[in-house]
Structure formats: structure tokens, C-alpha cells
Design a binder for this molecule. Structure first.
Ligand SMILES: CC(C)(COP(=O)(O)OP(=O)(O)OC[C@H]1O[C@@H](n2cnc3c(N)ncnc32)[C@H](O)[C@@H]1OP(=O)(O)O)[C@@H](O)C(=O)NCCC(=O)NCCS
Length: 159
């Protein structure tokens, strides 16, 4: 069966309610519609990937001086393990390099094995641990801080 095509485009203000609803179905501590609006207003790179006009993947990248931070990467539950998150990270890497960033950072819950596997697969390595950073249903949970040097990064995810 032929794979449906994923179409990338910037997130728009009129996507926010739908994206926030998807986010609430994915994350334990979801971003709100207001958080997405704030990111759009702040000029963060907010991308969505659509299949047949339905958002399957979205993410947010903050481009700062010399470095970029991945703030959100999420894939609809029915669309996982098709390479969509990896494709989004590749786009974020290209944008970060074009912006002159030399490194990228992100934070991830220490229990989020699938996301950690994704980030390892795209050239990120753990550089720090923030104890009790995230709320968790049984108290708090550590965050792993992961980093990728962009020149190495591009090689790691090439192909
Ligand atoms: C983590 C997440 C973004 C991965 O999205 P995805 O589109 O399924 O990931 P990809 O298909 O691009 O996977 C790329 C690679 O990451 C790794 N990976 C992704 N999901 C994995 C899983 N469940 N178990 C093990 N490895 C996994 C694999 O190496 C995979 O390559 P492979 O499929 O060739 O083995 C998705 O599971 C998700 O949205 N989870 C909930 C939200 C979240 O945790 N976001 C990240 C923190 S903000």
C-alpha cells in the first residue's frame, strides 16, 4: 500500500485549537492553546505535518543566538513509527543551521523511552539531569537535558 504523503507547513493561529486538543490527548502535562499562541507570537518556529489535511505531527523550535531549543515534538498516536518525528527534527536542524546555531538542546522526561530513543537516533546526547523538574502523578519526575552539536548532528541524521 502506498504511504500517504506528509505535507509540512507553518502552524497558523487557526490551527491552535485543534493542535491543543491533540496535545491534550498526547501529553500528561499538555501545552494549552494559550501556550501555542504565545509561541506563535514570540516567533518560534511552529510546524505542522498534515496527511490529507489532518495534522499528524507538530513541533515548536526556539531559535536563539548561537543555539536552538526544541520545545515540543508530538505525533498523533495513530501515526507513530513512520519517521514523522525524525523528519520534523531534520527540518528543525536545517532551520537551526540556517539561523547560525551551533548546538541544539531539549528536555525530556526521564521515563519517556520512545522520545529518548528518537533523540538518540537523531544525534542528541544526555548532558544533564534536572531532578524533579516535571510534575508526575506520583510526585515529580527528572528531566534529561540533551544536546546536539549541529555539525555532528547533520551527519548523524543524514540519509
Ligand atoms: C516520541 C515520538 C515523538 C516519536 O514519534 P514517531 O514519529 O513515532 O518517531 P519516528 O517514527 O520518527 O522514530 C524515529 C526513531 O526514533 C526511535 N523511536 C521512536 N519511537 C520509538 C519507540 N516507541 N520505541 C523505541 N524507539 C522509538 C526509533 O529509533 C525510530 O526509528 P525506527 O522506527 O527506524 O526504529 C512519539 O512517540 C510521540 O509523539 N510521543 C508522545 C509525545 C512525546 O513524548 N514527545 C516528545 C517529548 S516533547
Amino acid at each position: 500500500m502506498e504511504m500517504p504523503q506528509l505535507i509540512w507547513r507553518p502552524m497558523r493561529a487557526d490551527d491552535v485549537e485543534l493542535v491543543a486538543a491533540l496535545e491534550a490527548s498526547i501529553h500528561a502535562a499538555p501545552w494549552t492553546a494559550g501556550n501555542f499562541r504565545d509561541s506563535l507570537a514570540a516567533g518560534h518556529s511552529c510546524m505542522v505535518g498534515e496527511i490529507d489535511g489532518v495534522i499528524a505531527v507538530y513541533g515548536v523550535l526556539l531559535l536563539g543566538p548561537g543555539e536552538a531549543q526544541v520545545l515540543n515534538v508530538s505525533v498523533a498516536p495513530g501515526q507513530r513509527r513512520r519517521g514523522f518525528a525524525k523528519a520534523l527534527l531534520r527540518r528543525f536542524i536545517v532551520q537551526s543551521e540556517a539561523h547560525g546555531a551551533e548546538q541544539m538542546f531539549l528536555e525530556v522526561r526521564a521515563s519517556n523511552a520512545s522520545a529518548i530513543a528518537l533523540y538518540h537516533a537523531t544525534g542528541f546526547h544526555e548532558v544533564a539531569r534536572r531532578r524533579g523538574y516535571y510534575p508526575h502523578r506520583e510526585g515529580r519526575e527528572d528531566a534529561l537535558v540533551m544536546r546536539s552539536a549541529l555539525a555532528l548532528h547533520s551527519r548523524a541524521v543524514a540519509g
